[in-house]
Design a binder for this molecule. Structure first.
Ligand SMILES: C[S@@+](CC[C@H](N)C(=O)[O-])C[C@H]1O[C@@H](n2cnc3c(N)ncnc32)[C@H](O)[C@@H]1O
Length: 222
């Protein structure tokens, strides 16, 4: 998969994709991530990419021209263009799986007060990573790229993500590792029993219990 991130702040991405699983995925060519500064596409002699809003109001608004030209330059028939915005569709794990099936993602990071409304005409999807407002789309794009990359074939094993939280509308079951007793806290006996059927049942029950406790909305119980 190829991912192009359009941003005014490429330096923010330093380090983020240079560690752990995402770095390995890049090194092994499971994903190609390009950080593109759309300021490079502006026709403005002073390299401006924003302006004051028509009708007045606070803050600066990203102009159409640099983003239109940048997207036109890199877009192919295989591209899915995503705009990050608090008013987008709330991002969920199911959506991450859908995006992981795409060949090419183009992710537009807004900044300042936002972007010219007409930019919406060149995007395929608008995504919000939650009901709060960030200073820009950069951190939101990192969330998207991280969550999608780990689902790409061969990045982590399918077994590692198939029981993750949100699959089957459940949160993950509790996990334990050595030692068997720590500070008087014991590992549930069933996990030491070697009885795989019982372990599976225990994990499913715990998963449902946890979901009911903290996210009943996932079960449709709220
Ligand atoms: C300060 S925000 C603009 C907020 C805008 N005035 C509003 O109220 O919807 C600047 C940019 O950050 C990004 N952003 C902020 N919060 C976001 C969120 N929850 N999900 C996705 N992108 C977000 C968007 O790209 C947005 O254009």
């Amino acid at each position: 998969m190829k991912i192009d991130i359009l941003t005014l702040f490429p330096e923010m991405f330093k380090g983020v994709f240079e560690e752990s699983i995402i770095k390995r995925a890049i090194d092994e060519k499971k994903v190609e991530i390009n950080i593109i500064n759309f300021r490079d596409y502006t026709n403005d002699p002073h390299k401006k990419v924003d302006d004051t809003p028509y009708g007045g109001g606070a803050g600066m608004v990203l102009t159409c021209q640099p983003i239109f030209d940048c997207v036109n330059d890199i877009k192919t028939n295989d591209s899915k263009v995503i705009l990050l915005t608090p008013s987008g569709v709330p991002y969920k794990q199911k959506h991450a799986y859908e995006l992981a099936d795409e060949k090419h993602l183009i992710i537009i990071c807004g900044h300042y007060e936002g972007f010219d409304e007409r930019i919406r005409t060149i995007v395929d999807e608008e995504i919000s990573i939650g009901d709060y407002v960030l200073t820009g789309g950069e951190i939101a794009s990192m969330v998207l790229v991280d969550s999608v990359t780990r689902l790409l074939p061969g990045v982590i094993t399918e077994a590692s993500h198939k029981d993750d939280s949100f699959n089957n509308n459940l949160l993950d079951y509790p996990t334990y590792t050595k030692p068997r007793v720590y500070n008087g806290l014991e590992v549930p006996e069933v996990l030491l029993s070697g009885d795989h059927k019982k372990i599976e049942e225990f994990r499913r029950e715990e998963s449902i219990k946890k979901t009911r406790e903290v996210r009943p909305d996932l079960l449709g119980d709220d």
